[in-house]
Write a protein that binds this ligand. Structure first.
Ligand code: PBG
Length: 365
């Protein structure tokens, strides 16, 4: 590096470290300009707010937000989720209120997740195929009230199965092809009820292609697929399982279908298959601990790429904020901006309405 201590005689051997420091301190105290002779001073571009805004590479806008909401049976009711402070399960009519709020804030889309009454769950997850199930009711009600809002639905069986798995369970194994058959029918039921985007989160092999074929055959060519391309077997989903009531019922874990957190290349192979099979958009999940995967997937395929800031990430930020240990508002914005820097086109986040309000007031990142 061409850095040189000002005032040090050039051409002579450098003085021993301690005496050169003393010499430069002496020079400074003697009123000579002390300092480094630098051509590049990156801090110049950070010297004031206007300069920082001018050179900022990434920004967070309301267009980047997808708001996941939880739906439950009943009327005019909201219930708290202990492990996700500030997030509630909403009855369908309350979900319509949330949708109106989202539209007013210009949030582009909602993602819907149901809390299914335990009595409606069975080993085959058949409630997923009920055209009058909670998700379908919510789709119809929200579409009627707020047609301009994008609606994304989760395709997977876990809210509907008595064992809490995303697929059909036989002798301790999750069946792949049999599950995919059911998932295609679930996607059709959702498309019929008005879903704009089908988001398969089950991680079965071949599901994106099968769902695409099923949608096309039924005349739903315009229904998009946002595939959970790289979804890891993660402890960060814990609070979500409280929210949809599968935490206690889940038998075993999901490691035979969700990915091993140690793998990165495998995420690219998974994403490649989903692209070949017709995915319109890719998603990586969890979010912040997997930003390297977001970056690699975006670089490799250049498809619209999303990240899911999952329930455990939300709980960690919100929990620490409520305890007064961190500045929750700032961490919320910083964490979401980090997704943008990693190449994400958008983020599913439980903070969506709060962020949108904050951005609308002009309080950016
Ligand atoms: C299930 C599903 C999960 C999430 C979204 N869809 C949990 C799981 O795989 O067990 C997690 C979302 C979150 O944690 O916020 N198909």
């Amino acid at each position: 590096a061409p850095h040189r201590i000002a005032g040090r005689p050039t051409g002579k051997p450098a003085m021993p470290h301690s005496s050169s420091r003393i010499r430069s301190i002496d020079a400074a105290t003697a009123g000579q300009p002390a300092g480094l002779d630098l051509v590049q001073r990156p801090r110049r571009n950070r010297k004031s707010d206007w300069a920082r805004r001018l050179v900022r590479e990434n920004t967070l806008t309301v267009d980047d937000l997808i708001w996941p909401i939880f739906i439950k049976d009943g009327k005019a009711d909201r219930s708290a989720i202990a492990s996700m402070p500030g997030v509630e399960r909403l009855t369908v009519d309350e979900a319509v209120r949330a949708a109106e709020q989202a539209a007013a804030l210009k949030i582009p889309a909602l993602a819907l997740f149901p809390y299914v009454e335990p009595g409606r769950r069975d080993p085959g997850g058949t409630e997923a195929l009920n055209a009058a199930n909670l998700v379908c009711q919510a789709l119809r009600a929200i579409k009627a009230a707020v047609p301009e809002l994008g609606l994304i639905t989760d395709v997977a069986l876990d809210p509907y199965t008595s064992h809490g798995h995303d697929g059909l369970l036989e002798d301790g194994r999750i069946l792949n092809d049999e599950t995919v058959e059911v998932l295609v029918r679930q996607a059709l039921v959702q498309a019929e009820a008005g879903a704009d985007v089908i988001a398969p989160s089950d991680m079965m092999d071949g599901r994106v292609g099968a769902i695409r074929a099923g949608l096309d055959a039924a005349g739903f060519q315009d229904v998009q697929i946002m595939s959970y391309a790289a979804k890891y077997a993660s402890a960060f989903y814990g609070p979500f399982r409280d929210a949809i009531g599968t935490a206690k019922t889940l038998s075993g874990d999901k490691r035979t279908y969700q990915m091993d957190p140690g793998n990165g290349l495998e995420a690219l192979r998974e994403a490649a298959l989903d692209v070949e099979e017709g995915a319109d958009m890719l998603m990586v999940k969890p979010g912040l601990p997997y930003l390297d995967i977001v970056w690699r997937v975006k670089e490799a395929f250049g498809l619209p790429t999303f990240a899911y800031q999952v329930s455990g990430e939300y709980a960690m930020i919100e929990g620490a904020a409520r305890a007064g240990w961190v500045d929750g508002e700032r961490i919320m914005l910083e964490s979401l901006l980090a997704f943008k820097r990693a190449g994400a086109d958008g983020i599913l986040t439980y903070f969506a309405p709060r962020v949108a309000e904050r951005l609308a007031k002009g309080g950016g990142s």
